[in-house]
Design a protein around this ligand. Structure first.
Ligand code: ASN
Ligand code: ZN
Length: 323
């Protein structure tokens, strides 16, 4: 039953472990080889196994320590990302063999970031102004997707492959946010990345880290390959494929080219095509043009060469200047 209260996704159902002393800790043994969330105790580099516990297994109660709240969201985010991989991708965790998903919250002090380090997730608490704890569903999905990419395509984190690496994390992070919202009426999904954590005091979820529907809205990212030479940093060039994915799913126009995809194919088909391309056809040096070919192959596998899905994949990449 969804009787745990998160910061960003309303009521959720956390899977936990009963400890010998009668308390409960954030260890879920129902998913793959496990999903576990620890406290980094504000250290710069997360380590150790400091458990986060609750006396009655009702998480997020008003009387619970404030410190436990970010952990609820990180634990839920990892669980939803596990379920996304299983049910949308048909994959058992990031390595395909149930790899344990390990998260640490309370990394550093007032840290406005989150990251995957090759084996685990680290989440900052934010500074309370620029951001709250960076444990939203789309951020958790983004960071865990870096682990998935490392275990599969292995996209090198610079140049075009780096932009694709970042973009597939945004695509999967948004996919996780969408996936959770299918079963949780209090979880909301949209095309902005990190909005629920970003600028917590301005009373709106309008602003965020990146905008897949209009990547240039951040005054940093590019939305078309013709502008790639002007923005080769990975969080800025990700806008090219982020917008291609958005146009594939929803339809619409690329702002820079004005080219239109007339009607999208929906989130489920879009996610299955892009994630199949990532795990089956992409490699460490894949370029944007090769990502186009990889997604065409994936769409062909799933829907046939003459399908509307294959045509829309082509139209979406063409709209963002990738031919
Ligand atoms: N939050 C950043 C990201 O996941 C940190 C990093 O790993 N570059 O893209
Ligand atoms: Zn990233």
């Amino acid at each position: 039953t969804a009787d745990d209260l998160s910061m960003y996704s309303g009521h959720v159902d956390l899977k936990t472990k009963k400890e010998a002393d009668g308390t409960y800790s954030l260890e879920d043994s129902t998913r793959g080889k496990g999903v576990v969330t620890y406290d980094a105790n504000n250290k710069t580099t997360a380590s150790g196994q400091t458990k986060i516990t609750d006396d009655n297994d009702k998480w997020g109660e008003a009387t619970d320590p404030a410190r436990a709240k970010a952990a609820v969201d990180a634990h839920y985010g990892a669980a939803m990302t596990y379920d996304f991989m299983k049910n949308i991708m048909g994959r058992d965790s990031i390595d395909g063999a149930g790899e344990k998903l390990v998260s640490y919250v309370h990394v550093r002090n007032n840290y406005v970031n989150a990251f995957w380090d090759g084996e685990k997730m680290s989440y900052g608490d934010g500074d309370g102004k620029q951001s709250g704890p960076l444990t939203t569903l789309d951020i958790a999905g983004h960071e865990i997707a870096h682990g998935l990419t490392e275990r599969t395509a292995g996209l090198i984190y610079s140049g075009e492959s780096g932009g694709l690496n970042e973009s597939f994390s945004d695509i999967i992070g948004t996919g996780v946010e969408w996936y959770a919202a299918q079963n949780n009426p209090e979880a909301k999904w949209n095309w902005t990345v990190g909005e629920a954590a970003w600028t917590p005091n301005n009373g709106t979820d309008e602003d965020g880290l990146r905008y897949m529907n209009d990547p240039t809205k951040d005054n940093y990212s590019v939305d078309n390959y013709k502008n790639y030479p002007k923005q080769t940093e990975v969080h800025g060039s990700s806008g090219i494929s982020n917008n291609a994915f958005y146009l594939l799913v929803e339809g619409g126009k690329n702002k820079t080219s004005g080219l239109e995809v007339k009607g999208g194919i929906g989130m489920e088909d879009g996610l299955k095509i892009f994630t199949r391309a990532l795990t089956t056809y992409m490699t460490p040096r894949t370029t944007f043009a090769q990502a186009r070919e990889a997604t065409i192959k994936a769409a062909t596998d799933l829907h046939g060469a003459d399908s509307v899905q294959v045509q829309k994949v082509k139209d979406a990449w063409t709209a963002v200047g990738v031919n």
